[in-house]
Design a protein around this ligand. Structure first.
Ligand code: FE2
Ligand code: FE2
Length: 313
């Protein structure tokens, strides 16, 4: 992947420095023009820790100037996420309280729209945006593994092993998505659609990296995982039904049917065996579990609101 097109003064400056390797003057980088400019910059800085960019030298992954820009953007973004959050439920009876918190959350459903009335073109747009996450599906949770106790680590590995295909590269969830994209006539090249990704997609991906790459936010990472899994099974069924209605290829439908079954198991694992065990050991992390969980649902809502408004217009 090449570095994306800039979307403002900050991304322009930071991307030029990443390409040239001359990062010495980033201390005087201009402020971001818009939230999108800030989020795209942060996304590209995080991407250095995943697959990276062909036009950026590998040694810049730990460049102190770039890390300083990242830290500034992360601080702002974390404050924004915390400011959006409602009060966390009482710590008593975590598992049941968590499932109730997720069930009581009411947001717009993109999957319901896809099931009943989305056009093929709208679904193509949705799938292009979803490549930003699904082509590195589950990777953000992998960052958190070395930061956990043996008990929690083993449970996260059980879930991740499934996301990564149980040892079969053809069953890797990211790979199932690749096959679905190819058969649907879309570009499955990693990062191909980053220039199309709207603010809400960038925010969602950045929240995953923020929580995964900062040890102090490990509980938010696992809370994000738990809410993500707990809100996946039934929408995945609706997505599969909508794709079937529109005549999408079997491989694209299979990506979603795989998640109907898998995520019904993953949600139990993530809420009870992962977050439950984490909080039994470190109860002071309770509110951070909810920071992650609320962010997962709220960021999905924000994206759904944008797309439903756009398509209604
Ligand atoms: Fe998955
Ligand atoms: Fe899953």
């Amino acid at each position: 992947m090449l570095i994306p097109n800039a979307r403002g003064a900050l991304s322009e400056t930071v991307f030029a420095a990443m390409r040239s390797g001359d990062t010495a003057h980033l201390g005087e980088a201009p402020p971001s023009d818009t939230a999108e400019d800030a989020q795209l910059t942060l996304w590209a800085l995080y991407e250095q820790h995943y697959r990276g960019f062909e036009d950026v030298a590998g040694e810049l992954e730990w460049d102190p100037q770039l890390i300083a820009v990242r830290r500034g953007l992360e601080r702002e973004f974390e404050a924004t996420l915390r400011s959006r959050m409602p009060e966390a439920p009482d710590p008593e009876g975590f598992e049941e309280a968590f499932f109730a918190f997720v069930a009581d959350h009411d947001g717009p459903s993109l999957a319901a729209h896809v099931k009943r009335k989305a056009t093929e073109e709208q679904v193509h747009e949705l799938l292009r945006h979803r490549t930003i996450y699904h082509l590195k599906e589950a990777d953000h949770t992998t960052w958190v593994i070395p930061r956990l106790s043996d008990r929690v680590k083993a449970a996260v590995m059980e879930l991740q092993f499934d996301e990564y295909g149980n040892g079969d590269p053809n069953r890797l969830h990211a790979h199932l998505f690749v096959r679905g994209l190819q058969d649907s006539g879309l570009d499955a090249t990693y990062g191909a659609y980053i220039d199309e990704a709207p603010l809400e997609t960038l925010e969602e991906n950045n929240a995953m990296s923020l929580f995964g790459l900062n040890r102090r936010l490990r509980a938010a990472s696992l809370g994000f995982l738990a809410a993500f899994e707990a809100t996946s099974s039934s929408p995945s069924r609706k997505m599969a039904q909508g794709l079937h209605r529109l005549g999408f290829p079997e491989s694209m439908i299979e990506y979603y049917t795989e998640h109907v079954e898998a995520d019904a198991v993953h949600e139990q694992l993530a809420v009870r065996t992962i977050c439950g065990a984490l909080l039994a050991e470190e109860p002071e992390l309770h509110d951070d579990v909810y920071l992650g969980a609320f962010s997962a649902m709220d960021l999905a809502d924000r994206y759904a609101e944008r797309m439903l408004a756009l398509w209604a217009a």
